[in-house]
Ligand binder design. Structure first.
Ligand code: HEC
Length: 218
């Protein structure tokens, strides 16, 4: 039994490793935290400012993001829709995707499920994986997706921000996109704590009850 379990675990670890090695580079750890609301809020604003020109997260609506991240409907419209959308609108790309794909040669994918497909660590690594082919010429390539059609949209963070800020930017974006991939995770995690707390309280009550019942028996 235990041996079987170890074998399954080993198999899982190996397949994870193969997955990470698919792009030839081991992934950096995002160390993102879905319970960190401030990070999720920053990630949402960053997504709106840096990504939404090209990428949609079409399974999300603005008011859902508002509810989950602790904003009112008015706040969400102001912070990430720049007053341009209704709270009930789906979060679509702002640019003209046909024109963009003509320029870049590929249509930017919808990112709703990207974190589920590739994991937050991949998104983090990909965003930090750009390198300049020819110093200061502004021609970038990416270690994780060589020859990618996506420009280095965080170029200002590469040039003018220190490494910590750059990493935090990528972490917040990876965090936000992990949340977007599975919004229910936020509730599952908080539910987990509530269940544990309930069990704990229930255990104490059960214990006291047991003591009470057995008092006269002894
Ligand atoms: C100018 C348009 C544009 C912007 C802005 C943009 N992207 Fe992209 N993105 C693309 C295109 C095009 C692709 C497809 C790349 C390819 O297949 O080479 C892509 C692909 C991706 C992928 C998938 C990579 C893969 O392995 O397939 C991720 C993740 C991603 N973008 C995240 C982001 C994030 C996060 C931002 C904001 C920080 C962003 N993108 C901003 C155009 C853009």
């Amino acid at each position: 039994m235990a041996k079987g379990f170890v074998a399954i675990l080993a198999g899982l670890l190996i397949s994870l490793n193969v997955w990470a090695g698919e792009h030839g580079q081991p992934l950096e750890k995002a160390n993102n935290d879905l319970r960190d609301k401030a990070s999720l809020q920053r990630g949402a604003v960053l997504f709106s400012n840096y990504c939404q020109a090209c990428h949609s997260i079409k399974y999300m609506r603005y008011n859902r993001i508002a509810r989950d991240l602790g904003w009112t409907d008015d706040e969400v419209v102001q912070k990430i829709a720049h007053g341009l959308n209704k709270p009930t609108d789906a979060v679509l790309a702002r640019g003209d995707l046909k024109a963009i794909s003509k320029v870049l040669g590929t249509t930017p994918p919808d990112l709703s499920l990207m974190a589920r497909r590739k994991g937050p660590d991949y998104i983090y690594s990909f965003l930090l994986g750009y390198f300049e082919k020819d110093p200061n010429k502004g021609v970038w390539d990416n270690h994780y997706l060589p020859g990618t059609a996506m420009p280095n949209v965080l170029e200002d963070k590469y040039r003018f921000a220190d490494e910590k800020v750059r990493q935090q930017t990528a972490r917040d974006l990876a965090n936000f996109l992990e949340y977007v991939g599975e919004p229910i995770k936020l509730y599952r995690q908080s539910l987990g704590w509530k269940v544990l707390l309930f069990l704990f309280v229930f255990f104490i009550i059960a214990y006291l009850l047991k003591k009470e019942y057995w008092r006269d028996v002894k």
